[in-house]
Design a protein around this ligand. Structure first.
Ligand code: HEC
Length: 250
């Protein structure tokens, strides 16, 4: 009864009414911002960047300056942050998921690097010290992508398949797409792909497992297809295949 009177009084007294109106207005404007935030970055929006003109098929002569989200940025967030137990959909530690454009944009502000928490936290708190760390080259790509507007860009075949040495191509492919899980010893599933000798030794001994895995062979379980986020673009698969076929040039 006492509580009831209190409530009635709260609604009737002008003092409380003003507080109530202010609070409601505040909440409504907040909600409006949140809705705007989501509608700005609809998960379905894909800006397709036309790949650079390729005079001789397979040889990129003019590199586009646009950072491709799907081939360059997403693999980093999946590999270094989105592994099982961390920021994949299932684990979503601290409510953070980094396995798709829509989720990643919840911590990125287009064209505002310093307000992009999913960028500024890298190397500070995250990934944890014991986990593989992103390199300065990785960070530069993410920064550039944010500065260019953090678009959901996807590019097709952005590499030069005539280059397939470890130093010239393979090391970067593995670092970008596999490094977060297989880049420090012992590596996920005890597979370490963090340096030339170890990668060569593993692939030599497990050639068909390795090629089936990266080519998303339908004969193997989905969980064995690598990287787990999505199949790498054909161009990169060609580079890896050539590296293997040509005896793992350094
Ligand atoms: C997000 C973490 C993650 C990333 C990124 C990742 N892997 Fe894996 N990898 C795993 C896990 C976990 C397993 C064990 C899967 C299983 O046994 O079901 C595995 C297994 C494998 C296997 C063994 C497959 C088999 O048939 O036994 C190979 C080969 C492999 N990874 C290569 C790669 C390569 C190459 C890349 C990058 C192009 C990559 N992985 C990226 C986590 C990852």
């Amino acid at each position: 009864m006492y509580l009831c009177n209190e409530l009635i009084e709260m609604h009737l007294s002008p003092k409380y009414s003003i507080i109530f109106i202010l609070a409601t207005t505040f909440l409504m404007s907040c909600q409006h911002d949140i809705i705007n935030m989501f509608s700005n970055f609809s998960k379905d929006t894909v800006f397709v960047v036309t790949p650079p003109v390729i005079p001789n098929p397979g040889t990129v002569t003019t590199a586009s300056d646009t950072v491709c989200f799907n081939t360059e940025i997403l693999p980093l967030y999946v590999s270094y942050c989105g592994s099982a137990g961390c920021h994949d959909e299932l684990s979503h530690r601290d409510g953070v998921i980094t396995t798709s454009y829509g989720y990643i944009m919840q911590g990125i502000r287009a064209k505002n690097v310093s307000k992009s928490e999913y960028y500024t936290i890298i190397g500070d708190d995250m990934p944890p010290r014991s986990s593989p760390q992103l390199t300065t080259t990785h960070l530069a790509s993410i920064k550039k992508w944010i500065e260019q507007g953090a678009l959901n860009t996807s590019c097709i075949n952005v590499c030069d398949t005539s280059v397939f040495t470890y130093a010239g191509a393979i090391q970067t492919i593995l670092s970008n797409n596999c490094g977060g899980c297989h880049g420090t010893k012992p590596g996920s599933a005890n597979i370490y792909l963090g340096d030339y000798a170890s990668t060569k030794a593993y692939v030599t001994a497990n050639k068909s497992i390795f090629t089936n895995s990266i080519n998303y062979a339908t004969t193997i379980a989905a969980s064995k297809r690598m990287p787990p986020s999505a199949k790498m673009v054909d161009c990169k698969l060609v580079q890896i295949q050539k590296w293997i076929d040509n005896g793992y040039p350094q």
